[in-house]
Design a protein around this ligand. Structure first.
Ligand SMILES: NC(=O)c1ccc[n+]([C@@H]2O[C@H](COP(=O)([O-])OP(=O)(O)OC[C@H]3O[C@@H](n4cnc5c(N)ncnc54)[C@H](OP(=O)(O)O)[C@@H]3O)[C@@H](O)[C@H]2O)c1
Length: 238
């Protein structure tokens, strides 16, 4: 039987590119996001292997509905990737911006992580992948909710990894922590920006190896080590 994957946040960027690699590898891939026209465009390339689902991850009840529909349709799910995410500079701590970031990167994520994990437990196997960020390592005065939401994702995914290790089911959890990748979320030309192609190939390789946590691209492992020990006064200058 063929393998099935769901990629939440596949209308653009990393999710879109990863879905393409999965399809090329023989997966049937459900792609989701709010922009239906983007989903339709992607599906045109290979209508047999892409299933599209318009979905807003901040609508938590609809996440349950979508997940149930997909289980009914696909019967088994091998891989769930949560790539949905948003980042917006918020110099004046406007509540609307902070709230939307938390709804998308924290509540939306936990809802999908939980639905996937519990389904995998019942099914007896499965692989959950979260796209977090190196942003989870420290704070940032311009984008506080984003950096904090990524720290939340890092710790939540590690908790699920621990849970999976103790579970009788064959469940894997992977935390992908990219540095700067060339997508619209990266907000322009940034230091050490990786091409989307290079980053996504490294992400897929880590997924195939069922890694616990990886930094993307590889050079970010060393940068991440440094970020942990630098004083906040130096981090602030970046
Ligand atoms: N690019 C980077 O430098 C970088 C670095 C570290 C981590 N990341 C992480 O990588 C992930 C993917 O981002 P990207 O760089 O590929 O940026 P992107 O091209 O902007 O992709 C973001 C995806 O999230 C989806 N999304 C946003 N809000 C959503 C909502 N309410 N409901 C459903 N889907 C939603 C978008 O779909 P719709 O707008 O169609 O809903 C889109 O498909 C994010 O979690 C991001 O934090 C990116």
């Amino acid at each position: 039987m063929g393998k099935n994957a769901i990629v939440f946040g596949a209308t653009s960027g990393i999710g879109k590119e990863l879905a393409k690699l999965l399809v090329e590898d023989g997966y049937k891939v459900v792609i989701t996001g709010r922009r239906e026209e983007k989903l339709k465009e992607i599906q045109k390339d290979n209508s047999n292997n892409y299933v599209i689902k318009k979905h807003d991850v901040t609508e938590l009840d609809s996440s349950e509905k979508v997940f149930k529909e997909l289980i009914d349709e696909l019967k088994t799910i091998d891989l769930v990737v949560y790539s949905s995410g948003m980042a917006e500079p918020n110099y004046d701590l406007e509540w609307k911006k902070e709230n939307l970031t938390l709804q998308t990167n924290v509540l939306g994520a936990v809802k999908i992580y939980g639905l996937a994990y519990n389904f995998f437990k019942q099914q007896g196997f499965g692989h959950l992948v979260g796209i977090s960020s190196v942003a989870g390592i420290r704070g940032n005065r311009h984008v506080p909710a984003y950096f904090a939401s990524k720290a939340f994702q890092n710790n939540y995914l590690e908790s699920l990894w621990m849970k999976a290790k103790r579970s009788k089911a064959d469940i894997y959890v992977t935390d992908i922590a990219p540095g700067f990748v060339d997508t619209k979320l990266a907000l322009g030309d940034t230091f050490g920006m990786a091409s989307l192609d290079k980053a996504t190939k490294q992400i897929y390789s880590a997924i195939k190896r069922k890694k616990k946590k990886v930094y993307i691209t590889k050079r970010w492992s060393a940068i991440a080590l440094m970020m942990r020990i630098l004083p906040a006064s130096l981090i602030m200058k970046t």
